[in-house]
Design a protein around this ligand. Sequence first.
Ligand code: CDP
Length: 205
Amino acid sequence: MSCTGARAPFTVAIDGPAAAGKGTIARALAARFGLAHLDTGLLYRAVGAIGGDPVAAARALGPADLARGDLRSLAAGQAASRGAAIPEVRAALADFQRRFARQPGGAVLDGRDIGTVICPEAEVKLFITASPEVRATRRWRELPAGTPFETVLAEVRERDARDMGRTDAPLRPALDALILDTSTLAIDEAVARALEVVRARLGAG
Ligand code: CDP
């Protein structure tokens, strides 16, 4: 199914591995251009956090599930990526994301497959990446004190491998995505580049 809508929507698709900076860039773009924002990882995290049958959880997902306080833990990230490898889970979450992407007024979505599967027609596609060590360091700083760095690095590597290796919607850049490597780029520089890309595309539209 394509995400093409009738009212000339404007979609920014942001994909990339864990803790690459997608969320920061997505929030900045949404605020600057008045676009709605969806962190699609939260959908998969909520499916994992609900527990039980992931397909049933994905089909029954509601707003209260996305407001849970336990979605940001390492365990929730692992549960999310296990459920995310199940095609029926992805299918259950796809229509909501596509409608969100093509809403009037425009939207920014960040995830793993937004530019490749959910909205291949997105007007702007960004793929945000960084080395596993840099990403694990960022994630480690956000976690409660006492979490060993090696645990966080192992978690990042394990999730990368599962997200890139799955058959359905594996993590990879769309052919026409702009790749931003934030390993050596300060996050505000990455945000500035992303703002410029969107501004140029809006101006050209
Ligand atoms: O915040 P972080 O980058 O660590 O991860 P997330 O975006 O919250 O995503 C958690 C997990 O959900 C990922 O490791 C993926 O397995 C899965 N996911 C996905 O498969 N497709 C998406 N569009 C978003 C997340």
